[in-house]
Ligand binder design. Sequence first.
Ligand SMILES: [Zn+2]
Length: 311
Amino acid sequence: MLFPRTKKIAQQQSWHRTKSTAFGSYNNYLFFISDDSPLDLTETHCKYICILLKPLSAHQQELIQKEFERNLSRLNYFRLDVQETSVTVATYEKMFTFNTQNLYRIMDYCVEVAGLVGATSPTNCQKCDSDKQLDAYDWNDTGRILCKKCYQSINQQITLQQHDLINENKNYGIGFVGSVIFSLPVVALWVVVAVYLELLASVGALIIGFLGKKGYDYLGGKTGVWTPYLLILSNILMVITANVLTLVVGMYQEGYSVGDALYLLQHNSGVRTAFFINMALSFVLSFFIWIQLFYTVKEQDSYIVLAEKMA
Ligand SMILES: [Zn+2]
């Protein structure tokens, strides 16, 4: 998301934008401005102003650093990051008190310092340096100036990846097996904790959820629409196994045989109630992991499109 001041500058300068960055030329230099996530509910928000430059020598980088430090108070910024091909200035945006002047002042100063050390911005394709058929693109939410050829080759790569490469040599079955294997030590630990230490072991459900996902990825489980369901199925099986084992081992300790324990589970209401309460508690805890799975397990959706022009 772009904040109003970033948007305003982008409109004034006829820049392009991605979801979270506005970018374009200002006084012959290439600038990128982005905002901190508005979900971060701190008192102030951050703005990042980045000037893109052709490779700087170590000496040039040092000069830039010194110049900025000299003007720290005047420019009202709190962080500076000088890299080989970029200088990024971070500044606070206080709600309702910030205006575009401060941003322009920082941009003007970037231009001034870049000129002072003899640095220029790249004007050609950022991938192959061609100067033909250039356009502004939005590549996975990053602004890029690319030639048509580079755009086409990136686009083709993304299409290929999405169909095959991401999931090459991966499948759902092996992921499921991985998920179960990684969960088994937790099941064992769960039973030991519950039986011998008499502690509430249902917390193990959370760990099973976590390790199940690790095991799935470790053995090369396929990432797709079925992934969360398979992980949940594996979790459910493991949680049921852990609860049944806890009961059986616990009763075995008290002198019952395994057969007796299973018989009582089926026919004794007291045993059954205790069992189902523990089971329900485990699933309530697992539920939090499951919700997260649906949010985090997604196919990587790479994209490249022409960047939207601001006007
Ligand atoms: Zn190119």
